[in-house]
Design a protein around this ligand. Structure first.
Ligand code: NI
Length: 204
């Protein structure tokens, strides 16, 4: 009979509300761990200074990223940056693999008429054995080489080149090269923040 008491709703409502609130907070924390610098937002307009600043960020990123991770030991490298997330080692290899794919997309777009790019399964790549166990130095060297080549190329491009676009095969979204420069600055900083937050949290 208890559940017919008139104050039932009064008692139950706050409890439901609190559970929902806790769930909401958990989702917020997870979102914060997943996207520590937020999602990439495409600017409404791109001035030349913004693009040049992005290219300079791409230029320094491999060194900045290397300084963050190069002295970590194997135990630290094999620690996940968030519950259910990749290890630091996987993140390092992922960044080099991702920017490798991006480099190819820049070249396709400069040499073909609005190419449809090839998507890749980044989760499956991150689970390959080299990404799970390989020394990070090879990906740090790889990232440094890719960025050196990409930055050299980007600085030679005319504004009309930067307006060239590619098409994503799944979303069919059209992306310009200038937008993609910003996206990869964001992408590097996004994963940098994952690792930096883990190091800070553990006082490493
Ligand atoms: Ni990524």
């Amino acid at each position: 009979m208890e559940h017919f008491f008139p104050w039932e709703g009064v008692v139950l409502f706050p409890r439901k509300y609190n559970l929902g609130y806790l769930y909401f907070m958990e989702k917020m924390d997870l979102e914060e761990l997943r996207y520590p610098i937020g999602q990439f937002v495409v600017p409404e307009s791109f001035d030349d200074t913004t693009i040049q600043n992005w290219i300079s960020e791409l230029e320094i990123f491999p060194q900045k990223f290397s300084l963050l991770v190069k002295n970590l030991n194997d135990k630290q490298l094999d620690t996940v940056y968030r519950p259910g997330g990749w290890t630091v080692r996987q993140v390092v290899h992922h960044v080099s693999d991702s920017h490798h794919n991006s480099y190819i997309r820049f070249k396709w777009t400069l040499t073909e008429d609005q190419p449809v790019i090839k998507a890749y399964d980044e989760k499956a790549w991150a689970n390959l054995l080299d990404t799970q166990t390989g020394p990070i130095e090879m990906s740090l060297d790889h990232l440094s080489a890719i960025h050196t080549k990409l930055v050299y190329l980007l600085r030679k491009l005319a504004p009309s080149d930067l307006n060239r676009t590619f098409i994503h095969p799944e979303s069919r979204a059209e992306t310009s090269l200038k937008e993609n420069i910003g996206r990869y600055v964001w992408h590097g900083n996004h994963h940098y923040a994952h690792i930096k937050n883990l190091l800070d949290k553990n006082n490493w």
